[in-house]
Design a protein around this ligand. Structure first.
Ligand SMILES: Cc1cc2nc3c(=O)[nH]c(=O)nc-3n(C[C@H](O)[C@H](O)[C@H](O)COP(=O)(O)OP(=O)(O)OC[C@H]3O[C@@H](n4cnc5c(N)ncnc54)[C@H](O)[C@@H]3O)c2cc1C
Length: 532
């Protein structure tokens, strides 16, 4: 059992909100996420990071991506979905509950994702025959799929170890790919005599007898397949036919029960033509529904089923009216408890703005308003915007208590015209969590709100430590740091926009100021001036 220090620092569980929670972020899940994020749906992908083909060095048969390492497909896919505001959390979904309005997903170690729909893209686990050497070499010189690896093993010495009645399914393909094929019937699988006769007639040696182990060569590569009778069949590659177990545990309590696959080798999650499981609102795609899917099929399936989810959400919204954006629900939730921040201004704001003459200021992502109130008290005319009504209500209450005036505006920096065309002498975004988009819409909105001669101040955490794996025993991160506008994005847009001068752009230790759990992080600070 894991040891937990009762005094260790555990951040409180966070409730995230989204339209669609995608469980599993490999080919099917990320392709689904891309489809949905491009439909302006909130998407949170939760991925435990173990795609089925991870043991293989290269992925074959994917048009346009031929030969790519599997991890590279996931990396590129994550970047693509983030460009449309989707988030990818490195975490595992432990269980899914139904609520009045949708679903709640419990992440292992803490945090909850609240979603209207669930897309299960968890894939399957290959159950390898218990032959010494098979698991160690799996995905390298022990393979299963003639389409994934056949070309690479062409003309080589291949020993196919058949362990079950359906085991000869790939054999004609293997025979076509190499003349040096031997078939071993291990554990007396019930294979029809005429099928064996066909093989023998085609010149394929068929050996009946148990395999003892795989034999290593001097160079670490496979040298042969040792039989229980002591004979060693020389081999460069062994082919096995694993059983499989779908990863459907998280939805078991909901009533999604795997059904047997016709091959008798495992089970699958049954879905209708629209990819929906027996439980309304829970969809599934990829290997979890069909073990024969290669990567390109899994991606296509995820994309297709996600389109069905997009239809179901849009049709529902047409009937019931649009809902508050997921980001607003997230932050309303966070501002629903005790005050999050101290009410003091952020140190970087004080450092960068103390010497400026007061004028009109726009605080984007103002939250509970520590920065906006500080500016107002120093004589600035402040408009505080946030996606969260609750955060702004707190700000308004505190402004009344302090006797200062701050105009508040519920606005999403990613809207088409969030600030009504108004211009300000200072536009600030302090640690604002604004989803990134491929067209940098929010950044352009910030720049457009700066009056000639005015300044833009953007401060965020240095993200590098947030990308490191979380420490053992700590809950997963409830946010995807790379899904939000970064200071680097602002710098990039500024560099491409005439009429700006960057005055400060640096990473430095966070000065004391507003209370935050992230005291150990550095700040990235960017201050720029729009030429008059
Ligand atoms: C050794 C090997 C080599 C292969 N080579 C090729 C090849 O060259 N070309 C090809 O086209 N196909 C290949 N395949 C097949 C390929 O692996 C599958 O087609 C593909 O992985 C299916 O994608 P998927 O998205 O359905 O599932 P997966 O890729 O298996 O992804 C499922 C994801 O869900 C995550 N997950 C599971 N449970 C949870 C949970 N509870 N919470 C959060 N996340 C969860 C997993 O960690 C994983 O990241 C190969 C398979 C194997 C075994």
């Amino acid at each position: 059992m894991a040891h937990h220090d009762p005094h260790e620092h555990r951040p409180p569980a966070v409730r995230r909100h989204t339209d669609v929670a995608v469980v599993g972020g490999s080919a099917a899940g990320l392709a689904g996420a891309l489809q949905l994020a491009r439909q302006r749906r909130g998407v949170i992908v939760v991925d435990a990071g173990e795609p089925r083909n991870a043991p293989a060095a290269h992925m074959h048969g994917y048009l346009g991506r031929e030969g790519l390492p599997p991890a590279e497909l996931v990396r590129v896919g994550r970047e693509e979905v983030r460009r449309y505001g989707a988030e990818v959390l490195d975490a595992e979904v432990a269980s899914v509950r139904r609520t009045d309005d949708g679903f709640e997903l419990d992440l292992a170690g803490g945090h909850v994702v609240v979603a209207r729909r669930v897309l299960l893209a968890t894939g399957l686990v290959d159950e390898l025959p218990a032959i010494p050497g098979v698991a160690e070499r799996w995905g390298r010189d022990v393979v299963h799929c003639p389409f994934c690896h056949g070309y690479e093993v062409r003309d080589r010495r291949v020993v196919q170890i058949v362990t079950h009645p359906a085991g000869l399914h790939p054999t004609p393909l293997l025979r076509h790919l190499t003349a040096a094929l031997t078939v071993v019937l291990h554990g007396q699988p019930a294979i029809a005599d005429d099928a064996l006769a066909d093989l023998r007639a085609a010149g394929v040696p068929v050996v009946t007898g148990d395999v003892d182990r795989l034999v290593d060569g001097d160079d670490g590569a496979l040298a042969g397949v040792a039989l229980a009778n002591g004979e060693v069949l020389p081999a460069d590659v062994a082919v096995v036919g694993p059983g499989f177990r779908v990863r459907a545990e998280p939805v078991a309590d909901l009533g999604v029960t795997p059904t047997p696959h016709p091959s008798g080798l495992g089970d699958v999650v049954a879905v209708g033509a629209d990819g929906q499981t027996a439980v309304a609102g829970v969809y599934a795609a990829g290997n979890v529904t069909d073990p024969s899917h290669q990567v390109v099929h899994a991606a296509a399936d995820g994309s297709r089923v996600a389109a069905m989810i997009a239809f179901s959400l849009a049709e529902e919204d047409l009937r019931t009216g649009p809902r508050p954006p997921a980001g607003a629900l997230d932050w309303d939730d966070r501002y629903g408890g005790d005050a999050l921040w101290s009410g003091n201004p952020n140190g970087a704001l004080v450092q960068e703005v103390a010497d400026l003459a007061p004028g009109r200021a726009l605080d984007v992502g103002a939250g509970e308003g520590g920065d906006a109130l500080w500016l107002a008290e120093r004589g600035w005319t402040v408009t505080a915007t946030d996606i969260s009504r609750r955060g702004l209500a707190r700000l308004e209450a505190e402004a009344r208590r302090r006797g200062v005036e701050v105009r508040s505006l519920v606005a999403d920096a990613n809207d088409a015209d969030p600030f009504g065309g108004a211009r300000f002498d200072l536009v600030l975004a302090m640690y604002a969590s604004i989803p990134r988009t491929g067209d940098d819409r929010a950044v352009r909105n910030l720049l457009a709100a700066v009056a000639p001669g005015g300044r833009l101040l953007v401060v965020s955490h240095d993200l590098e430590p947030m990308r490191a794996p979380v420490e053992p025993g700590q809950p997963p991160r409830p946010f995807d740091p790379d899904a939000y506008v970064r200071v680097e994005d602002v710098a990039r847009v500024l560099a491409a926009t005439p009429g700006w001068q960057v005055e400060v752009h640096e990473t430095r230790p966070r000065p004391p100021g507003a209370a935050s759990a992230s005291h150990h992080l550095d700040d990235v600070v960017l201050r720029a001036r729009r030429r008059a």
